[in-house]
Design a protein around this ligand. Sequence first.
Ligand SMILES: [Zn+2]
Ligand SMILES: [Zn+2]
Length: 209
Amino acid sequence: MISRTDESRESAANFPSVISEDFLKASIETDWSGHSARFGWHCGPIDIMNAPFNDDPCVSKVNAMVCMILGPSRRACGTCIEVDAGAEQLRQHMEQTHNTHLTALSLANTAEAEEATGQRSLIQFVITGRWRTMMFEKEPGVGPANGPLQKLCDFFESKARNDDVFACIWGRQFHRREEPVSVLGKRSRNADAPLPDLPSSKEADRPAP
Ligand SMILES: [Zn+2]
Ligand SMILES: [Zn+2]
């Protein structure tokens, strides 16, 4: 169980530097949902073109702090909200930018059950690679500085370096990175060099007729 770290009414998920094995296991074993009926949206794509997004509660205070409303391109928005600004700021962005109609967040403190539900949702979002591979209109990078996504990615990449079993199951990369760019860069710099003369494996594996 992750202990509550603050009583701020507008705090986003505030992950401690260590997630216990028990909480991690419980998170992974729960069916993933980025949205809980009880607390609202935590993370993951929001498809407002095909499903109304006006639930109450709409946005949980325990959320990714990156707008993931899908646009006409079917990519998510990617606008990051500073963690200190609070989840209500994200809700206002969603309402003003995406023409949604969302109830303002309550002023009540985040309950322990909401913390746990949101944290489980965020853990799964990151550990399964959903965050790393999601397509955005505006590249959010690591998300807002010191936000829940950055902390989770740091935590899991550090864990993967020290835990081969974990790395075998979940991989070693959780942060978003622009991998294809560097590959293309290398290729284009060496565009004049002859490509190694490798047989096509498809051809080689095909049995002779
Ligand atoms: Zn947005
Ligand atoms: Zn409205």
